[in-house]
Design a protein around this ligand. Structure first.
Ligand code: SAM
Length: 378
Protein backbone atom coordinates (compact mmCIF):
# COMPACT_ATOMS: atom_id res chain seq x y z
CA UNK A 1 0.00 0.00 0.00
CA UNK A 2 2.74 2.38 1.02
CA UNK A 3 4.56 1.63 -2.22
CA UNK A 4 1.45 2.09 -4.32
CA UNK A 5 0.95 5.51 -2.69
CA UNK A 6 4.55 6.44 -3.30
CA UNK A 7 4.53 5.55 -6.95
CA UNK A 8 1.18 7.29 -7.41
CA UNK A 9 2.62 10.46 -5.92
CA UNK A 10 5.76 10.10 -7.95
CA UNK A 11 3.78 9.72 -11.16
CA UNK A 12 1.63 12.70 -10.35
CA UNK A 13 4.66 14.87 -9.71
CA UNK A 14 6.24 13.55 -12.86
CA UNK A 15 3.41 15.23 -14.71
CA UNK A 16 4.61 18.63 -13.58
CA UNK A 17 7.97 19.30 -15.06
CA UNK A 18 8.66 21.61 -17.93
CA UNK A 19 10.85 21.44 -20.98
CA UNK A 20 13.79 23.75 -21.56
CA UNK A 21 13.85 26.11 -24.51
CA UNK A 22 17.19 24.79 -25.79
CA UNK A 23 15.93 21.18 -25.85
CA UNK A 24 12.92 22.18 -27.93
CA UNK A 25 15.05 24.28 -30.24
CA UNK A 26 17.63 21.55 -30.79
CA UNK A 27 14.99 18.96 -31.66
CA UNK A 28 12.86 21.19 -33.87
CA UNK A 29 15.92 22.36 -35.79
CA UNK A 30 16.49 18.80 -37.00
CA UNK A 31 13.08 18.74 -38.75
CA UNK A 32 13.67 22.17 -40.24
CA UNK A 33 17.06 21.11 -41.57
CA UNK A 34 15.38 18.18 -43.32
CA UNK A 35 12.45 20.24 -44.58
CA UNK A 36 12.62 24.02 -44.11
CA UNK A 37 8.89 24.24 -44.90
CA UNK A 38 7.80 21.63 -42.37
CA UNK A 39 5.69 24.20 -40.45
CA UNK A 40 4.80 26.51 -43.34
CA UNK A 41 1.08 27.27 -43.52
CA UNK A 42 0.42 24.83 -40.67
CA UNK A 43 -1.69 25.03 -37.54
CA UNK A 44 0.36 23.81 -34.57
CA UNK A 45 -1.35 22.72 -31.36
CA UNK A 46 0.59 22.60 -28.08
CA UNK A 47 -1.73 20.78 -25.66
CA UNK A 48 -0.94 20.06 -21.98
CA UNK A 49 1.10 23.21 -22.00
CA UNK A 50 1.33 26.15 -19.71
CA UNK A 51 3.04 29.19 -21.19
CA UNK A 52 3.74 30.42 -17.68
CA UNK A 53 6.14 27.55 -17.14
CA UNK A 54 6.64 25.94 -20.47
CA UNK A 55 8.82 27.00 -23.33
CA UNK A 56 6.90 25.32 -26.15
CA UNK A 57 4.52 28.25 -26.54
CA UNK A 58 7.37 30.73 -26.20
CA UNK A 59 9.50 28.93 -28.77
CA UNK A 60 6.80 28.63 -31.41
CA UNK A 61 5.44 32.12 -30.78
CA UNK A 62 8.90 33.65 -31.19
CA UNK A 63 9.42 31.71 -34.42
CA UNK A 64 5.90 32.20 -35.77
CA UNK A 65 6.98 34.27 -38.76
CA UNK A 66 10.25 32.45 -39.26
CA UNK A 67 8.48 29.10 -39.58
CA UNK A 68 5.64 30.54 -41.65
CA UNK A 69 2.99 29.24 -39.24
CA UNK A 70 -0.66 29.81 -40.03
CA UNK A 71 -1.88 29.48 -36.45
CA UNK A 72 -0.48 28.55 -33.05
CA UNK A 73 -2.79 27.21 -30.37
CA UNK A 74 -1.74 26.15 -26.90
CA UNK A 75 -3.89 24.94 -24.04
CA UNK A 76 -3.22 24.69 -20.33
CA UNK A 77 -4.69 22.44 -17.69
CA UNK A 78 -6.66 23.85 -14.73
CA UNK A 79 -4.87 24.09 -11.40
CA UNK A 80 -7.68 22.28 -9.57
CA UNK A 81 -7.53 19.33 -11.98
CA UNK A 82 -3.80 18.70 -11.64
CA UNK A 83 -2.81 15.60 -9.73
CA UNK A 84 -0.11 17.51 -7.98
CA UNK A 85 -1.22 21.03 -7.32
CA UNK A 86 1.39 22.80 -5.27
CA UNK A 87 0.62 26.36 -4.19
CA UNK A 88 -1.65 28.32 -6.51
CA UNK A 89 -0.10 31.25 -8.33
CA UNK A 90 -1.96 33.60 -10.60
CA UNK A 91 -0.37 33.42 -14.03
CA UNK A 92 1.22 36.55 -15.48
CA UNK A 93 -1.16 36.29 -18.42
CA UNK A 94 -4.10 36.84 -16.08
CA UNK A 95 -2.60 39.63 -13.98
CA UNK A 96 -4.23 42.88 -15.10
CA UNK A 97 -6.02 41.16 -18.00
CA UNK A 98 -9.59 42.41 -18.50
CA UNK A 99 -10.88 38.85 -18.99
CA UNK A 100 -9.48 37.69 -15.61
CA UNK A 101 -12.22 35.91 -13.66
CA UNK A 102 -11.65 34.90 -10.04
CA UNK A 103 -14.29 32.16 -10.34
CA UNK A 104 -12.65 30.54 -13.34
CA UNK A 105 -8.95 30.97 -12.74
CA UNK A 106 -8.42 27.73 -10.80
CA UNK A 107 -10.96 25.47 -12.43
CA UNK A 108 -10.77 26.27 -16.12
CA UNK A 109 -8.09 25.51 -18.63
CA UNK A 110 -6.93 28.27 -20.92
CA UNK A 111 -6.50 28.55 -24.65
CA UNK A 112 -3.81 30.76 -26.14
CA UNK A 113 -3.89 31.57 -29.83
CA UNK A 114 -1.55 33.40 -32.15
CA UNK A 115 -2.52 34.31 -35.68
CA UNK A 116 -1.77 38.01 -36.11
CA UNK A 117 0.13 41.04 -34.94
CA UNK A 118 -2.54 41.89 -32.37
CA UNK A 119 -0.51 44.64 -30.64
CA UNK A 120 0.50 46.21 -33.96
CA UNK A 121 4.21 46.13 -33.11
CA UNK A 122 5.18 45.15 -36.62
CA UNK A 123 6.12 41.54 -35.71
CA UNK A 124 4.10 38.53 -34.63
CA UNK A 125 5.54 37.22 -31.38
CA UNK A 126 4.66 36.07 -27.87
CA UNK A 127 3.24 39.50 -27.00
CA UNK A 128 0.51 38.89 -29.58
CA UNK A 129 -0.83 35.79 -27.83
CA UNK A 130 -4.54 36.12 -27.18
CA UNK A 131 -6.11 34.02 -24.47
CA UNK A 132 -9.39 33.06 -22.90
CA UNK A 133 -10.72 30.49 -20.46
CA UNK A 134 -11.84 27.18 -21.88
CA UNK A 135 -15.28 25.85 -21.02
CA UNK A 136 -13.69 22.90 -19.21
CA UNK A 137 -10.40 22.20 -17.43
CA UNK A 138 -8.26 21.77 -20.57
CA UNK A 139 -8.08 17.97 -20.31
CA UNK A 140 -6.75 16.78 -23.65
CA UNK A 141 -9.53 14.16 -23.68
CA UNK A 142 -12.30 16.77 -23.49
CA UNK A 143 -14.45 17.47 -26.53
CA UNK A 144 -13.24 21.05 -26.80
CA UNK A 145 -9.54 20.11 -26.82
CA UNK A 146 -10.34 17.23 -29.20
CA UNK A 147 -11.87 19.76 -31.57
CA UNK A 148 -8.61 21.75 -31.43
CA UNK A 149 -6.68 18.57 -32.14
CA UNK A 150 -8.85 17.97 -35.17
CA UNK A 151 -8.22 21.50 -36.38
CA UNK A 152 -4.43 21.19 -36.01
CA UNK A 153 -1.93 19.82 -38.53
CA UNK A 154 0.84 19.16 -36.02
CA UNK A 155 0.71 18.41 -32.27
CA UNK A 156 3.76 19.10 -30.15
CA UNK A 157 4.23 18.77 -26.39
CA UNK A 158 5.69 17.01 -23.42
CA UNK A 159 2.50 15.27 -22.29
CA UNK A 160 1.76 14.08 -18.74
CA UNK A 161 3.95 11.11 -17.99
CA UNK A 162 1.13 9.22 -16.28
CA UNK A 163 -1.16 9.46 -19.36
CA UNK A 164 1.39 8.76 -22.07
CA UNK A 165 -0.36 5.72 -23.59
CA UNK A 166 -3.66 7.55 -23.74
CA UNK A 167 -2.01 10.60 -25.21
CA UNK A 168 -0.42 8.64 -28.06
CA UNK A 169 -3.71 6.89 -28.81
CA UNK A 170 -5.40 10.32 -28.83
CA UNK A 171 -3.01 11.57 -31.50
CA UNK A 172 -2.90 8.41 -33.57
CA UNK A 173 -6.71 8.11 -33.75
CA UNK A 174 -6.81 11.62 -35.27
CA UNK A 175 -4.03 10.77 -37.74
CA UNK A 176 -1.96 13.88 -37.02
CA UNK A 177 1.70 14.75 -37.35
CA UNK A 178 3.28 14.97 -33.92
CA UNK A 179 6.42 15.49 -31.88
CA UNK A 180 6.20 14.55 -28.21
CA UNK A 181 8.51 13.73 -25.32
CA UNK A 182 8.20 10.42 -23.49
CA UNK A 183 10.13 7.92 -21.45
CA UNK A 184 12.09 5.39 -23.47
CA UNK A 185 10.27 2.61 -21.59
CA UNK A 186 7.25 3.52 -23.69
CA UNK A 187 9.02 2.01 -26.71
CA UNK A 188 8.11 -1.44 -25.43
CA UNK A 189 4.44 -0.66 -24.68
CA UNK A 190 2.19 -2.91 -26.71
CA UNK A 191 0.37 0.18 -28.01
CA UNK A 192 3.61 1.87 -29.14
CA UNK A 193 6.02 -0.82 -30.33
CA UNK A 194 3.94 -1.96 -33.34
CA UNK A 195 3.84 1.67 -34.54
CA UNK A 196 7.63 1.83 -34.35
CA UNK A 197 8.03 -1.54 -36.00
CA UNK A 198 5.85 -0.46 -38.92
CA UNK A 199 7.62 2.90 -39.31
CA UNK A 200 4.48 4.83 -38.39
CA UNK A 201 6.27 6.36 -35.40
CA UNK A 202 10.01 6.76 -34.78
CA UNK A 203 12.38 8.41 -32.38
CA UNK A 204 13.52 11.98 -32.82
CA UNK A 205 17.05 13.30 -32.55
CA UNK A 206 16.88 13.10 -28.80
CA UNK A 207 18.56 14.60 -25.79
CA UNK A 208 22.31 14.63 -25.41
CA UNK A 209 23.29 11.40 -23.70
CA UNK A 210 19.61 10.39 -23.44
CA UNK A 211 19.04 12.66 -20.44
CA UNK A 212 18.11 16.23 -19.79
CA UNK A 213 17.09 18.70 -17.12
CA UNK A 214 13.48 19.75 -16.90
CA UNK A 215 12.24 22.87 -15.10
CA UNK A 216 10.75 21.64 -11.86
CA UNK A 217 8.94 23.07 -8.93
CA UNK A 218 8.16 20.01 -6.84
CA UNK A 219 10.34 17.04 -7.49
CA UNK A 220 13.38 15.97 -5.43
CA UNK A 221 16.33 15.89 -7.77
CA UNK A 222 18.51 12.84 -7.18
CA UNK A 223 21.14 13.94 -9.70
CA UNK A 224 24.73 13.82 -8.52
CA UNK A 225 26.23 17.17 -7.51
CA UNK A 226 27.89 17.72 -10.88
CA UNK A 227 24.58 17.11 -12.68
CA UNK A 228 22.42 19.12 -10.31
CA UNK A 229 20.96 22.38 -11.59
CA UNK A 230 18.95 24.68 -9.35
CA UNK A 231 15.20 24.57 -10.01
CA UNK A 232 15.61 21.61 -12.35
CA UNK A 233 15.23 17.88 -12.27
CA UNK A 234 17.53 15.62 -14.24
CA UNK A 235 15.62 12.86 -16.02
CA UNK A 236 17.35 10.08 -17.91
CA UNK A 237 15.85 7.78 -20.49
CA UNK A 238 13.79 10.49 -22.18
CA UNK A 239 13.25 10.48 -25.92
CA UNK A 240 11.18 12.30 -28.54
CA UNK A 241 8.56 10.26 -30.37
CA UNK A 242 7.48 11.57 -33.74
CA UNK A 243 6.11 10.83 -37.18
CA UNK A 244 7.79 13.86 -38.78
CA UNK A 245 10.79 12.99 -40.90
CA UNK A 246 14.34 14.04 -40.06
CA UNK A 247 17.70 13.39 -41.65
CA UNK A 248 19.34 11.31 -38.90
CA UNK A 249 17.01 8.38 -39.43
CA UNK A 250 18.17 8.02 -43.01
CA UNK A 251 21.83 7.77 -42.06
CA UNK A 252 22.87 4.12 -41.79
CA UNK A 253 24.84 3.06 -38.72
CA UNK A 254 28.46 2.46 -39.63
CA UNK A 255 29.26 -1.16 -38.77
CA UNK A 256 31.99 -3.78 -39.12
CA UNK A 257 31.58 -7.20 -40.68
CA UNK A 258 31.16 -10.21 -38.43
CA UNK A 259 34.75 -11.32 -39.07
CA UNK A 260 36.11 -7.88 -38.18
CA UNK A 261 33.97 -7.71 -35.04
CA UNK A 262 35.31 -11.05 -33.88
CA UNK A 263 38.84 -9.71 -34.30
CA UNK A 264 38.55 -6.03 -33.44
CA UNK A 265 35.39 -5.46 -31.38
CA UNK A 266 35.93 -3.28 -28.34
CA UNK A 267 33.59 -5.62 -26.46
CA UNK A 268 35.50 -8.44 -24.78
CA UNK A 269 32.62 -10.91 -24.86
CA UNK A 270 32.20 -10.59 -28.63
CA UNK A 271 35.86 -11.39 -29.15
CA UNK A 272 35.76 -14.17 -26.56
CA UNK A 273 32.40 -15.88 -27.22
CA UNK A 274 31.43 -14.61 -30.66
CA UNK A 275 27.76 -14.25 -31.62
CA UNK A 276 25.59 -16.65 -29.66
CA UNK A 277 22.34 -18.22 -30.84
CA UNK A 278 19.23 -17.92 -28.71
CA UNK A 279 17.68 -21.11 -27.31
CA UNK A 280 14.20 -19.77 -28.03
CA UNK A 281 14.50 -17.69 -31.22
CA UNK A 282 16.04 -18.38 -34.60
CA UNK A 283 18.31 -15.37 -34.09
CA UNK A 284 21.66 -14.31 -32.71
CA UNK A 285 22.24 -12.21 -29.61
CA UNK A 286 23.80 -8.77 -30.17
CA UNK A 287 24.43 -7.16 -26.78
CA UNK A 288 25.59 -3.79 -28.18
CA UNK A 289 24.35 -1.76 -31.13
CA UNK A 290 27.89 -1.09 -32.34
CA UNK A 291 28.51 -4.85 -32.45
CA UNK A 292 25.81 -5.50 -35.09
CA UNK A 293 27.64 -7.27 -37.92
CA UNK A 294 27.12 -5.49 -41.23
CA UNK A 295 27.06 -8.72 -43.27
CA UNK A 296 24.77 -11.02 -41.28
CA UNK A 297 21.58 -11.87 -43.17
CA UNK A 298 19.64 -13.64 -40.41
CA UNK A 299 17.58 -12.29 -37.52
CA UNK A 300 19.41 -10.44 -34.73
CA UNK A 301 18.30 -9.49 -31.22
CA UNK A 302 19.52 -5.97 -30.40
CA UNK A 303 19.13 -3.74 -27.34
CA UNK A 304 16.41 -1.06 -27.15
CA UNK A 305 19.20 1.54 -27.39
CA UNK A 306 19.44 0.55 -31.08
CA UNK A 307 16.29 2.53 -31.83
CA UNK A 308 17.69 6.06 -31.64
CA UNK A 309 20.14 4.96 -34.36
CA UNK A 310 17.67 2.93 -36.41
CA UNK A 311 17.67 3.64 -40.14
CA UNK A 312 14.72 1.97 -41.89
CA UNK A 313 16.62 1.70 -45.17
CA UNK A 314 19.35 -0.32 -43.42
CA UNK A 315 17.31 -2.66 -41.18
CA UNK A 316 13.78 -3.91 -40.79
CA UNK A 317 12.26 -4.49 -37.38
CA UNK A 318 10.56 -7.89 -37.11
CA UNK A 319 9.36 -7.79 -33.52
CA UNK A 320 10.48 -7.83 -29.93
CA UNK A 321 11.41 -10.58 -27.50
CA UNK A 322 8.59 -10.65 -24.98
CA UNK A 323 6.30 -13.04 -23.17
CA UNK A 324 3.55 -13.26 -25.70
CA UNK A 325 4.66 -14.47 -29.11
CA UNK A 326 3.01 -11.48 -30.79
CA UNK A 327 5.38 -11.54 -33.74
CA UNK A 328 5.43 -15.31 -34.34
CA UNK A 329 9.20 -15.52 -33.89
CA UNK A 330 9.56 -17.77 -30.86
CA UNK A 331 10.88 -21.24 -31.57
CA UNK A 332 10.33 -22.42 -28.02
CA UNK A 333 7.90 -21.59 -25.22
CA UNK A 334 8.96 -22.74 -21.74
CA UNK A 335 6.51 -24.39 -19.35
CA UNK A 336 6.05 -23.10 -15.81
CA UNK A 337 7.80 -26.23 -14.58
CA UNK A 338 10.84 -25.50 -16.77
CA UNK A 339 10.95 -21.92 -15.46
CA UNK A 340 10.79 -23.19 -11.87
CA UNK A 341 13.48 -25.82 -12.46
CA UNK A 342 15.75 -23.28 -14.06
CA UNK A 343 15.31 -20.95 -11.08
CA UNK A 344 16.33 -23.72 -8.73
CA UNK A 345 19.39 -24.53 -10.88
CA UNK A 346 20.54 -20.90 -10.86
CA UNK A 347 19.63 -19.73 -7.36
CA UNK A 348 19.38 -22.98 -5.39
CA UNK A 349 15.95 -22.17 -3.99
CA UNK A 350 12.29 -22.17 -5.02
CA UNK A 351 11.13 -19.56 -7.53
CA UNK A 352 10.29 -18.94 -11.18
CA UNK A 353 12.82 -17.77 -13.76
CA UNK A 354 10.78 -16.24 -16.54
CA UNK A 355 12.57 -17.72 -19.54
CA UNK A 356 9.79 -16.56 -21.85
CA UNK A 357 10.33 -12.87 -21.16
CA UNK A 358 13.23 -12.40 -23.60
CA UNK A 359 15.88 -14.17 -25.62
CA UNK A 360 17.65 -16.98 -23.77
CA UNK A 361 21.32 -17.81 -24.34
CA UNK A 362 22.52 -21.06 -22.79
CA UNK A 363 19.67 -21.00 -20.26
CA UNK A 364 20.27 -17.35 -19.26
CA UNK A 365 17.72 -14.70 -20.10
CA UNK A 366 19.13 -11.55 -21.74
CA UNK A 367 17.75 -7.99 -21.44
CA UNK A 368 14.83 -6.94 -23.56
CA UNK A 369 15.66 -7.24 -27.25
CA UNK A 370 14.30 -5.94 -30.55
CA UNK A 371 14.52 -8.40 -33.44
CA UNK A 372 15.89 -6.93 -36.64
CA UNK A 373 17.16 -8.07 -40.03
CA UNK A 374 19.39 -6.35 -42.56
CA UNK A 375 17.59 -5.05 -45.61
CA UNK A 376 18.79 -6.01 -49.03
CA UNK A 377 21.26 -3.33 -50.01
CA UNK A 378 20.43 -1.92 -53.42
C1 SAM B 1 5.21 17.09 -18.16
S1 SAM B 1 4.25 18.57 -18.06
C2 SAM B 1 4.83 19.38 -19.46
C3 SAM B 1 4.34 20.74 -19.65
C4 SAM B 1 4.78 21.41 -20.95
N1 SAM B 1 4.17 20.76 -22.10
C5 SAM B 1 6.28 21.40 -21.08
O1 SAM B 1 6.82 20.47 -21.64
O2 SAM B 1 6.95 22.30 -20.62
C6 SAM B 1 2.63 17.96 -18.46
C7 SAM B 1 1.51 18.97 -18.29
O3 SAM B 1 0.27 18.33 -18.61
C8 SAM B 1 -0.71 18.70 -17.63
N2 SAM B 1 -1.74 17.64 -17.59
C9 SAM B 1 -1.85 16.61 -16.71
N3 SAM B 1 -2.93 15.88 -17.01
C10 SAM B 1 -3.51 16.46 -18.09
C11 SAM B 1 -4.66 16.17 -18.86
N4 SAM B 1 -5.44 15.12 -18.57
N5 SAM B 1 -4.97 16.97 -19.90
C12 SAM B 1 -4.19 18.04 -20.19
N6 SAM B 1 -3.07 18.36 -19.50
C13 SAM B 1 -2.74 17.59 -18.46
C14 SAM B 1 0.10 18.84 -16.35
O4 SAM B 1 -0.60 19.60 -15.41
C15 SAM B 1 1.37 19.52 -16.88
O5 SAM B 1 1.22 20.91 -16.93
Amino acid sequence: MKNAKLSEAKNAKNDEFYTQYEDIQREVNAYLEYDPDVFRGKTVLLPCDDPEWSNFTRFFAQNFENFGLKKLISTSFAHESKNYKGAYQLSFFEENAPQFDADKTKTRGKIFTLTRDSNKSGVIDIDDLEWQYLEGDGDFRSDEVKALRDEADIIITNPPFSLFREFVAWIVEADKKFLIIGNQNAITYKEIFPLIMNNIVWLGIGFKGGATHFINKYYTDYATASDHKEGMIRVSGVVWFTNIDHGRRHQPISLMTMADNLKFSKHKEIKEYGYQKYDNYEAIEIPYTDAIPSDYDGVMGVPISFLPKYCPEQFEILGMCENLDLYGLKTRVYTTQECQERYFEIFGKKGTYDLNASGVVNGIKVYQRILIRKREQK
